[in-house]
Design a protein around this ligand. Sequence first.
Ligand SMILES: *Cc1c(COP(=O)(O)O)cnc(C)c1O
Length: 413
Amino acid sequence: MQTTTTQLIAQANDAILHTYKRHTIILEKGDGVYVYDIDGKEYLDFGAGIAVCALGYGHAKLNNALKTQIDKILHTSNLYYNKPAIMAAHLLCKASTMARVFFTNSGTEAIEGALKCARKYAFLRDNHHRHNIIAFHGSFHGRTFGALSVTGNTSYQEAFKPLLNGISFAVFNDSESVKQLLNQDTCAIILETIQGEGGITPAHKDFLHEMRNLCNQYDILLILDEIQCGMGRSGKMFAWEHFGIQPDIFTSAKGLGCGVPVGAFGVNEKVANASLMPGDHGSTYGGNPFVCAGVQAIFEIFQQEGIVEHASAMGAYLATQLDCLVKEFSILTKRQGMGLLQGVWVQAPNDIDSKQQTGIAVATIVAKALEHGLLLLTAGGNSLRFAPPLIISKDEIDYMVATLRKTLHELGF
Ligand SMILES: *Cc1c(COP(=O)(O)O)cnc(C)c1O
């Protein structure tokens, strides 16, 4: 007898710790920009596993590279060198124009490494332990203690205090608020080049330049979290390229592995030469040959298939189509984002400032769209997030927009 979705979900709840509000579908396979549940229902995927599956599902070259590597060697530890890690590191250094990289297993671990790097750099320079870090309200950097400490969302933090000492939060895109927090012991400023959970909010050019200048002036390290907005998603390989600045430290994950669990942090020459030393940091799995064979193949595919250029063109198209929807529906209040990372803000039901009679919780829209075979994400507050595979086509964008329009009509808007 075929085990039903309901039975399997009951089994899941018996064994998997309940930390997610999951949609009640069980996904089984993927093909291109579509995924399929165990009943064979097809979904157009505008979430890409939370901005991960940049190459969609079942990319033959990526899959073959991984299969080949499985038959060679899966894991070596970092006590020895392995070729895929060497190749992947060079490709990531070249793509980011940074000097050195360290591979992790996730985004949050990349943040941990970046924070340790910044602390060590400042410690070597000043030989004291009073260093502080400036982060931003509305940010998201991950769930481990260091990353959680710089995440500007009190509801994620509350139950887990005490967190890291010496973290303060400024207002995103407000340089004055940063200057007010800055002092002689500030060792790093950390921000997402495009805030994800913060409603897909890109940094302003002036603001980012001011952050760069402040950091230069006081020898503070600028850490850019590109875990979500990097790897081509913004229409450039790294979102900072839109602004003409470079970080001192950056973090990557999500699209870096396209589904293979891998992250990285990278540093410029100055930081590489005066921060983490042998013995300071490590990871048993980090940068193992299996994941790095994936990273290597991903960079090669990006190059061969012009993925970043395609993302840029499709991102511009998606933005114009979403702008049309925002004009059409008064509950959609604004569209913001870059490339194939877009957010549409939705009037919340309880928004007392609004001139609207009623709004709607984005979760309701997402649930209805899912019934129609469209996977969407939310982002912080009350916004919809659009983060399709970077291989998405115009037709698929049109289909998504038509489905969303139908969904909003059905919900009475
Ligand atoms: C997803 C995300 C993280 C955390 O990455 P994990 O792999 O989930 O640990 C950190 N920062 C940003 C901007 C993210 O989007």
